[in-house]
Design a protein around this ligand. Sequence first.
Ligand SMILES: [Zn+2]
Length: 342
Amino acid sequence: MNTLLPTSTAGSLPKPTWLAEPETLWSPWKLDDVQLIAGKQDALRVALQEQQLAGTDIVSDGEQTRQHFVTTFIEHLNGVDFENRKTVKIRDRYDASVPVVVSEVSRQKPVFVDDAKFLRQQTKQPIKWALPGPMTMVDTLYDDHYHSREKLAWEFAKILNQEAKELEAAGVDIIQFDEPAFNVFFDEVNDWGIACLERAIEGLKCETAVHICYGYGIKANTDWKQTLGSEWRQYEEIFPKLQASKIDIISLECHNSRVPMELIELVRGKKVMVGAIDVATTAIETPDEVAATLREALKYVDADKLYPCTNCGMAPLSRETARAKLQALSAGAEIVRRELSQ
Ligand SMILES: [Zn+2]
């Protein structure tokens, strides 16, 4: 990236109302068959334009072609039964009825590669593409075949690597793995979570990122945050090993969170996507608030490695709110860019 402080989003953006119910996760599609395919592509174009108008430097598809950041990927795999579901506790937090792993998992065909090619055709800007991380995938399923979270994660890592290599060939510049589960299962992260992530990026020449947040701004997550006390030190448990890993970029939740900013010092040397936009509130950050978060982060991240970003995806927000937040992010980054160039 030649731009100093290049902005991006963590991933998802709201979908148009004609494609899916707004401000809802797992919202069913309103179109079918060929109309749905065309509708998703049109929504992707709109999401791209929203980012371009807001001045976002590294653009994405806004996850317009998927219902959910984990489930949609898994739906395309063999070995998972979506009919006979079981109830599990996701991230030790809330019960959900989930699909069951019934046999060996494998990828029948590319999942997002055509979408990535389509986005590549629309823009010359750098593209970031998000995939679910292996541990977070495991955490959204009931495993009736491998009976080992680690083994299942390893199989997912191999599948993600196939997909990532094809995304790279399609022209994606940064491949991001979403691992909110990294904030919960520290021992497993250090035992095998990061190793699985490195398996998923094996052989890639493009840049790679891991997004570790405190979740979408939904009630189960905001309630959980209330129990975490005055300082959120979860990142401290896993940063030393992440610092030593082959992942290039670490995407974090910072603004309005109780994460002590100095924890970022533990990943010094990595590029850091600093969440300067809170996705759990409809209040719009001012450019000055964004700038203040970025200035604080600059104490622990070298300027050429700081990537202003959102705390998490914005799918559950209204389009107006998401648009205003994207603009605030760009304006805040511009304030700090000017300060740095003085
Ligand atoms: Zn997130």
